[in-house]
Design a protein around this ligand. Structure first.
Ligand code: FAD
Length: 136
C-alpha cells in the first residue's frame, strides 16, 4: 500500500508516513447489506454485509434494526433489505480453497495493473469469480 501511495503521489516522497490503520471488512455475496432475525433466536436481529461501504448505509441499517426489534410494519420493518442473499458460496473446503485462489489472482491482477502490465490469461479468468466482483 505504501509503495502504491509513493507511486501515486511522488511529490510526497520525503514525507514520512507516521500512522496506518486497517480492519476487517465483511462482504456479502452480492455486495449489498442484509438484515433479519437469527434463525432459532427471533429476538436476535442482525445487519451485515456492508461490503466496505457501511458508513452511510448503516444509518438506514439502524432504522431497519429498530423497526425489526419493535416489530413495526413501517417502511423500515418491511424493507427489501430484510432478505437472504440469493447467491450461494460453495461448501467447505471448496469455499476456503476457492477464496484463497481468487484472492491470490486479485492480488496478482492489481500488482500487474500497478506496473501497467497485462495480467495473465489465467488471472483474468479467475478474478471475475470473486462474488463481490470488487476487482472484476
Ligand atoms: C479500513 C477500512 C476502511 C473503510 N472505508 C470505508 C469508507 O471509505 N466508506 C464506507 O462507507 N465504509 C468504509 N468502511 C466500512 C465501514 O467501516 C463499515 O461498513 C461499517 O463500519 C459497518 O458498520 P457496522 O455497524 O456493521 O460495524 P462496525 O462499525 O464494525 O461496528 C460494530 C461495533 O460492535 C462492537 N462490538 C463487537 N463485538 C461486540 C460485543 N460482543 N459486544 C458489544 N459490542 C461489540 C465493535 O466494537 C464495533 O464498535 C471501511 C472499513 C475498513 C475496515
Amino acid at each position: 500500500m505504501i509503495d502504491q501511495f509513493r507511486r501515486t503521489y511522488p511529490k510526497l516522497d520525503g514525507v514520512a508516513i507516521t500512522n496506518t490503520w486497517s480492519g476487517a471488512v465483511d462482504y456479502s455475496s452480492d455486495s449489498m447489506p442484509f438484515f433479519g432475525r437469527l434463525a432459532g433466536s427471533p429476538r436476535v436481529h442482525f445487519g451485515v454485509g456492508f461490503s466496505g461501504n457501511g458508513v452511510g448505509p448503516s444509518y438506514i441499517g439502524g432504522k431497519i434494526l429498530a423497526s425489526l426489534a419493535l416489530e413495526r410494519d413501517d417502511e423500515w420493518g418491511t424493507s427489501p433489505m430484510i432478505r437472504t442473499p440469493a447467491t450461494r458460496l460453495p461448501p467447505e473446503p471448496l469455499r476456503a480453497i476457492g477464496g484463497w485462489v481468487v484472492r491470490a489472482a486479485m492480488r496478482s491482477k492489481e500488482a500487474a495493473e500497478d506496473q501497467e502490465k497485462q495480467p495473465s490469461a489465467l488471472v483474468r479468468r479467475l478474478t471475475p469469480l470473486d462474488p463481490t466482483s470488487f476487482v472484476g
